[in-house]
Design a protein around this ligand. Structure first.
Ligand code: SAM
Length: 227
């Protein structure tokens, strides 16, 4: 049984694709996709031995050792040219770590892969990475589960990359058009949190003009979007 978060990531994996799931402490996503006949080949990359053993155990338990290939590796180093991977999922980590994994592993990317990225926080990092390497954000999702809000960002290299505004990178180009209830709730919460933080910075003894400017700008952007 898959979380709504991982099931939604999985919906962006096309049938018959060759997947690399990076950072897979239990391999639930590739296991679910393989059991449902969506994929019959996946690299399961994990940087830590303990979680990798966990993945191996789950894969063996489901009888999927011929289809799912667990490998101990840092980020995209898990991918070999012969894998012919065309989908990469990186889920359940911070946006800064996801961007770091893409940056350090960029030589492994052919540009033909669909990148399905699910940052828990720091989504803007991910969008900025995609923008700087010429990717188009082809889809986005936002969902709430167990008191958390999760975003999914899909990047693909297309012939033309759209120009992304500051607001596109901050809120998500698709999410800010769609403005669904989860999105609006997330940004109402962010707005009140940022106001509290700004007040604290302004009242503290330390002078932090850059932080004050950053929070003031972000608060203004959120207020304008919510208008
Ligand atoms: N992807 C799963 C999900 O969304 O439920 C697991 C998320 S789990 C919180 C993050 C996993 O990523 C951990 O098992 C961690 O060891 C692994 N990880 C962190 N940095 C990594 C890296 N550079 N390369 C591969 N795996 C990494």
């Amino acid at each position: 049984h898959l979380s709504v978060r991982l099931a939604t990531v999985g919906q962006h994996v096309e049938s018959g694709s060759r997947l690399a799931d990076i950072g897979s402490d239990h391999a639930y996503l590739p296991i679910n996709l393989a059991l449902n006949g969506v994929i019959d080949y996946a690299v399961v990359g994990e940087v830590r031995q303990g979680p990798l053993e966990n993945s191996k155990h789950e894969i063996a338990k489901e009888g999927l050792t011929d289809k799912l290939h667990p490998r101990l590796a840092d980020g995209l180093a898990a991918i070999e040219p012969d894998d012919n991977v065309d989908h990469i999922t990186i889920a359940g980590m911070g946006g800064a770590l996801i961007s770091h994994i893409l940056e350090t592993g960029k030589d492994k990317l052919t540009g033909k892969e669909k990148l399905i990225l699910q940052p828990n926080v720091g989504e803007e990092n991910v969008r900025r990475w995609l923008q700087s390497y010429g990717y188009t954000i082809t889809a986005e999702e936002i969902l709430a589960e167990d008191g958390h809000t999760y975003e999914i960002i899909v990047g693909q290299k297309l012939a033309d990359q759209p120009e992304y505004s500051r607001a596109d990178l901050f809120f998500g180009p698709h999410l800010r058009q769609e403005k669904n209830t989860v999105f609006l709730q997330k940004w109402r919460d962010e707005l009140s949190q940022k106001k509290v933080i700004l007040k604290n910075i302004q009242q503290s003894q330390k002078s932090e003009p850059e932080k004050i400017e950053q929070f003031t700008t972000e608060i203004k952007m959120i207020e304008e979007m919510l208008e």
